[in-house]
Design a protein around this ligand. Sequence first.
Ligand code: CS2
Length: 473
Amino acid sequence: MITHLEHRQAAPTGLRLSRAAGHGRPTAPVRIVHLGLGNFFRAHQAWYTDNAPDAADWGIAAFTGLSRDLADALAPQDGLYTLVTRAPDGERLRVVSSVSAVHGGDEHDAWLGYWADRAVAVATFTVTEAGYVRGPDGGLDTSRADVRADVAALRADPHAPVTTVPARVVAGLRLRRSTGAGPMTLLPCDNLPENGAALRRVVLDLADLVDPGLAAWIAEHVAFATTMVDRITPATTAEERDAVRAATGLADTAPVRTEPYSEWVIAGTFPAGRPAWEEAGAQIVEDVLPFEQRKLWLLNGAHSLLAYAGGVLGHRTVAEAVADPWVRGWVEAWWDEASRHLDLPDDDLLAYRRALVERFGNPRIEHLLAQIAADGSEKLPVRVGPVLAAECAAGRLPLGASTVVAGWALHLRGRGAPLSEARPDRVAGLADGDLADTVRAVLDRLGPGLGGHEPLVATVLDGARALEALAEA
Ligand code: CS2
């Protein structure tokens, strides 16, 4: 195996990573605030920022979401961490230096402080699909107790601690307005179609409820950029920590493992500036939509298929599932179905599919299906719903899409990976009744009227029975 160290490391001492010891670059001034300090952010946005030619001017202050564990792990190593890029035939290790400050999500005063700072020009987010607390129509879900509590808290006190993402943003922007810190850009980096517009909508909805003049100020001074983000990044394991220590001699409690491939496509304006991300490989475009659909449907849709159908068949990782000829056949069928609705040249789509086969098959990534299976109620409506509806509208019964739905229905009924949902209320009742009831209910979640489409229901039921039979074979 080829192990390549991109930066010269200290002698093997078991010392903790630290800037004082000469690891990484000196701390850059904070000009970006990030919410959702996790592995994906560290393998993607933080890495692009670290690779930008003006990295020395663009430090990131990163806040965790629900648990402050990663902030506590990274603080003693000055925000530095090792990015381990694993190709099938070897790996590269580098220390990423762009995270200048780490905070727990509970450090609300620190959060507000950055928003009031004119030097801060961009806020980025990796808060998962569920973090946008959207209702069924895409607007702010005001039926949620946490949203209501945040609105009441901000009405009473602009500095009150809040928990939901839109409320944290509104609190920050309200302070920014009052301190005259000027315009900035919000850049959501989650797998949601039109994620800039999605964030804008929930932020403006919440602002309106808190302080009517604020929504107009935000509309005028705050840019919401849209992005497509891509890099497969599994959770960190204890073996990764040991491997990093063995290779570098340095103790890093929070390394990140990722794949060589990465893509970042951005559309939007940056009135207060941004790092030269395009010189680090990001693409700046007018319209993200074709890239977004290609990635959400071909990559993420296939991931969900692997997670649910592969999980029912007893597979544990993406690489294992995609090596199963049955599963691979469904993935190819799904790609054919989705490709019919993508406005991109055939050659591009074929090249993208070929790259996905390689990426999914990377044995050194160990991407757990259970990680992907989480939060299906948020993911499937955007990854699979539009293609399923379009195929049915064209009079076809798509095998690949039906197999994802069959796998999800079985998953909700206890097969495959354990059920994990950020919004358990969203799946409550879906597993009640018999399998056909579940299939109708989940189809209704994916497109209006699909649960009443009898030929489709029968196709999904056939798919579910085939999965059960294969699992028992
Ligand atoms: C995955 C994504 O967990 C999931 O749902 O499909 O996290 C996927 O790995 C990334 O979007 C890849 O860029």
